[in-house]
Design a protein around this ligand. Structure first.
Ligand code: SF4
Length: 347
């Protein structure tokens, strides 16, 4: 994880942009692990969250596909030797792939020495006997990133159709037991806040839930934003701002006091959350971000079944490109590669 931290450091604001890219070039040139792999084994979800494109019938119809064992093997052979982190689940729900396949993938990542493996999930199946969190941790899972959009039954189930609050509570208790047995295992919570669920970040709700189950090691709070079609239509941040101190502000302090990491927007940042990423961050992300799914991997002209990612990067003269970008004072605007990123403070 130290190398991953280095890459994250490259996203910090105090280092000159050219130095960040040069640092990445050096890491790459030394043959270090420099890629973050975000793998969706299944393009489907068991829920229809209101703020997610899975609540849009047209988008849902577009999302389909299950990764084949051959493709998993090809991606592992080609990419895992340069992977700093494997994130299972990115734009869909990975647990519907099944416990055995997930455990095999985690073991496979371990066999290639991938230093950190995380699973992003809505957690509903992990609360049942269908997918055992403990079995995945035994296989080598380092972290569960749990998506939850409420801390009370009414709001949680309203915003996450198909989910049951009792499953969320049950899973958090399972996490408590797993952490007791494997103290290094981490729970990260992703909470997208909107005008309806901001009240669920108040002390009598979210603290009450965590107090009776388990507190996360990391909590990221994202303000709702429109990234595509979904059932949710209120993208104003006024309600969040008006309750900021008693919700996000207070919870941030509580997390800090517990030694947990809070990744949250400040009050001033709430209205500037959607920014086009450009310059050094875009160069770094374009190089290090490897999204893989049943039908895509890293770049359109890269086929993991035919060449290793190291060979691909050599073929693309990536070292030279990075060094040039590092020393270029007129860095490309990269409009075509900009992505929506949220501004956050890590506390
Ligand atoms: S669990 Fe995640 S992928 Fe599934 S509908 Fe909800 S937000 Fe979307």
């Amino acid at each position: 994880m130290k190398l991953y931290s280095l890459l994250k450091l490259a996203g910090g604001n105090r280092i000159p942009p050219g130095m960040k890219i040069f640092g990445l070039a050096v890491m790459y040139g030394l043959g270090w692990r420099v890629v973050g792999v975000f793998l969706d084994p299944v393009l489907n979800c068991n829920l229809r969250c209101q703020m997610c494109y899975f609540s849009d019938p047209a988008k849902r119809a577009e999302m389909h596909g299950i990764i084949t064992p051959e493709r998993v093997k090809a991606i592992a052979e080609s990419v895992f030797p340069r992977a700093l982190k494997l994130q299972i689940g990115c734009a869909a729900e990975p647990t519907i792939w099944g416990q055995d396949k997930l455990a095999e993938l985690i073991l496979l990542a371990g066999s290639y020495g991938v230093p950190y493996v995380s699973l992003t999930s809505n957690g509903q199946l992990l609360a049942t006997s269908r997918v055992s969190l403990r079995a995945l941790v035994v296989a080598g899972l380092d972290e569960l990133t749990l998506s939850m959009h409420g801390s009370t039954p009414e709001i949680y189930e309203e915003l996450m159709p198909g989910a049951k609050f009792e499953n969320l509570e049950g899973l958090l208790k399972i996490v408590r037991a797993v952490k007791d047995e494997f103290p290094d295992f981490k729970l990260r919570i992703n909470f997208t806040v909107n005008s309806l669920n901001v009240a669920d970040l108040a002390e009598d709700r979210i603290d009450a839930l965590f107090d009776r189950t388990v507190w996360p090691d990391i909590m990221q709070i994202r303000p709702v934003q429109k990234l595509g079609e979904s059932r949710w239509s209120d993208f104003s941040h006024d309600a969040i701002k008006s309750r900021y101190d008693e919700t996000i502000g207070r919870l941030t302090e509580r997390l800090k006091s517990r030694g947990a990491t809070a990744i949250v927007p400040s009050l001033a940042e709430l209205d500037e959350v959607a920014t086009d990423q450009s310059g050094a961050s875009a160069v770094i992300e374009e190089f290090t971000y490897c999204y893989a799914s049943p039908d895509s991997c890293y770049k359109p002209d890269f086929d993991p079944a035919k060449e290793s990612i190291s060979r691909y990067l050599r073929r693309k003269k990536s070292f030279r490109t990075l060094v040039k970008a590092a020393f270029s004072s007129n860095r490309r605007a990269r409009k075509s590669n900009t992505t929506k990123k949220l501004n956050y403070h890590v506390k």
